[in-house]
Design a binder for this molecule. Sequence first.
Ligand SMILES: NC(=O)c1ccc[n+]([C@@H]2O[C@H](COP(=O)([O-])OP(=O)(O)OC[C@H]3O[C@@H](n4cnc5c(N)ncnc54)[C@H](OP(=O)(O)O)[C@@H]3O)[C@@H](O)[C@H]2O)c1
Length: 324
Amino acid sequence: MQYRSFGRTGWNVSEISFGAWQLGGQWGAVDDEQSIGTLLSAYEQGINFVDTAELYGAGHSEQVVGESLRRWSGDRVYVATKIQPTVWPNATEDDPAMTGRYPQWHLRHGVELALSRLGVDRIDLLQLHCWLGDGVNNLEWLETLNALRVEGKIDKIGVSIRDYRPDEGVDIAALGLVDSIQVIFNLFEQRPVDRLFPAGARSNTAFIDRVAFDSGALSGQWTPHTYAGWEPGSQQHEMFRGDRFTDTLERVEALKTLCAPYYPTLAEAAIRYTLSSPEVSTVIAGMRSRSNVARNVSYSDGAPFPTELLDQLAEHRWPRNYYA
Ligand SMILES: NC(=O)c1ccc[n+]([C@@H]2O[C@H](COP(=O)([O-])OP(=O)(O)OC[C@H]3O[C@@H](n4cnc5c(N)ncnc54)[C@H](OP(=O)(O)O)[C@@H]3O)[C@@H](O)[C@H]2O)c1
């Protein structure tokens, strides 16, 4: 496992880290003991960063992550969690106002709940689950989080950018107001390299890359029969409904053909592509199984990404919001 500096924080985090949404139960049934076993196996293999949230199974993912920490006696593991706004903006709304989304009472209450679900005295990284660009004009949220930092309830502060709107993070990245920014970046959604990453590089803000596998599509393991196997109502069943699944498979096949001369699997190309941007501090891969952990960890070996492949991949950009 290779480690990277986490912006200005002084932390060294594993390039591959653990996305714990799947452990909350919204991706299909979960067995908590199995989840804890997967987390411990990740820590044993050098993963030292976990991303969770209040939203993942109404706090269940945080509780499972907290239990894994109590059973772990090895090197330090950093845990990042997130607080939702009082009201989520509509996904189609272009410039929603920040006012009233993260009032002081809401953030304070949310932090207390997260501390108790995780079972820790201090949260390593507290992220706003839904960053709004207007937040740079109204800094009440940051004043509250800084006060919580002084009180010792949280350590570092981050924001998570709305799905498929990387440019909403450019201003906060340039200003360096927070320690980290979480964004979707993968073989389809390549736009963060255009404006967001350069802006964050200047302020040395850490980037957390989410959805490196495009929610599983870029694992390259789906077949035309995969959709039928998902539980109705589960996350992937909802996201890839209708023509979305077959449209995605078509694009995935083209990427497989392009990447095959370089990498044995598309999953490997997908992870190595995200690691090719030096601004990315860590890639939070969503994982439930020990085998996926072992596979993803094996892709972190410091090998450079072929520049000719990078050039050809630019033609495969395909940003679209299947969360909506
Ligand atoms: N707004 C936000 O802040 C936000 C939104 C979305 C996600 N996130 C965070 O980002 C994390 C990652 O996003 P995501 O989980 O939605 O998408 P993702 O990482 O792109 O995809 C996760 C899927 O990929 C599969 N997978 C992982 N490694 C694999 C491998 N080596 N080979 C084959 N399949 C593999 C997993 O399968 P199994 O489940 O079978 O292991 C899972 O179904 C989440 O867990 C969460 O922590 C944050």
